[in-house]
Design a binder for this molecule. Structure first.
Ligand code: CDP
Ligand code: CDP
Ligand code: CDP
Length: 284
């Protein structure tokens, strides 16, 4: 008999939740929901509407986000993103806000600075909760119906990452993971990602000599990234409404010294075991 299987992945900023969750979802044929991107969409709406005071603006922003259409599109990938990913494929995710592709705009420093404040508001969290559950139900049913006949024993499922998925959104999740890594490891990983993006941008002027390249100084240093992550983690841990906590039944994985493949296969094996299937990668 088949039933749905939910994997909750929580942890501090840049601990690897999103890339791990995407790879786990692809390995298991599950759907994937990035809950942080919904808070980031709400933050983008706040910036666009100039609503930054959560005392006065909370109700109207909650209304805006609950009437907006947030879509998270996962594009299966066959190639790895970075050398550190080994043979694992990490699908790309596109975030659509009322049909507009905001995937890049929701990762700007402006959004990074404001998102934790927006996410601390209970009205906003309530509105986002409904979006999360709806997206999860959609993803779960897609994952079940897209299954091939020989995979009939595999349940459909969904992987969702965020801060409060195992504690508040899906307290009954079949598998809860709390991902962590040292503050410096996390800052260095974000800095690496930024430099990869910088390399891509720097190649553009070759085609258009007049196009300007942003001076190196606008890119934050590792220390600045570390401070930004720390500020956001502090806000997420110390807020009143569903703060970042380790669920009592979560499996804690500190990946400071793990390879990406090791952490992904640890999670897919745990999931397979709990679904009553043989583990695949117990040797890695
Ligand atoms: O990718 P990164 O870890 O930097 O952040 P994210 O997962 O995109 O989340 C951005 C922000 O949204 C977090 O710092 C939290 O303030 C908020 N968030 C939350 O409160 N609850 C969640 N389930 C997910 C994100
Ligand atoms: O979603 P979250 O902010 O927690 O993290 P992310 O956006 O997945 O970014 C984590 C980065 O660390 C990605 O570039 C991963 O490839 C990298 N990484 C990892 O997640 N785990 C390791 N063991 C090593 C590197
Ligand atoms: O670094 P390398 O490409 O050699 O391997 P990896 O992708 O980092 O995988 C690390 C571990 O995962 C190895 O023990 C592999 O046997 C295992 N693995 C697997 O069992 N199935 C795959 N499709 C990929 C890796």
């Amino acid at each position: 008999s088949r039933r749905d299987f939910t994997i909750a992945i929580d942890g501090p900023a840049a601990s690897g939740k999103s890339s791990t969750a995407r790879a786990v979802a692809q390995e298991l044929g599950f759907g994937y929901i990035d809950s942080g991107s919904i808070y980031r969409c709400a933050t983008l709406l706040a910036l666009r509407q100039n609503i930054t005071d959560m005392g006065e603006g909370s109700a109207s922003l909650a209304d805006l986000i609950s009437h907006a259409k947030v879509d998270i599109k996962v594009r299966p990938s066959t190639s790895h993103q970075t050398p550190s990913l080994g043979r694992l494929a990490v699908p790309e995710v596109q975030v659509l806000l009322d049909g507009e592709d905001v995937s890049r705009e929701i990762r700007t420093p402006e959004v990074n600075r404001l998102v934790a404040k927006i996410a601390s508001d209970s009205g906003i969290r309530q509105a986002v909760l409904h979006i999360q559950r709806k997206l999860a139900a959609d993803a779960e049913s897609r994952s079940t119906t897209s299954r091939s006949a020989d995979a009939n024993d595999m349940p459909g499922g969904v992987v969702m990452d965020g801060r409060d998925i195992g504690t508040t959104i899906f307290p009954g999740a079949e598998l809860k993971i709390y991902l962590d890594a040292s503050a410096m490891a996390r800052a260095i990983r974000r800095w690496d990602e930024m430099n990869q993006m910088k390399d891509v941008t720097a190649q553009k002027p070759a085609h258009d000599p007049k196009a300007s390249v942003a001076p190196a100084a606008v890119y934050p240093s590792v220390e600045e990234i570390a401070r930004e992550l720390e500020t956001r983690d502090y806000a997420d841990i110390n807020r009143e409404n569903s703060p970042l906590r380790i669920a009592p039944d979560a499996v804690v994985i500190d990946n400071t010294n793990l390879t990406f493949a090791q952490q992904v296969y640890t999670i897919t094996d745990l999931a397979r075991e709990r679904m009553g299937l043989e583990p695949k990668h117990s040797d890695c």
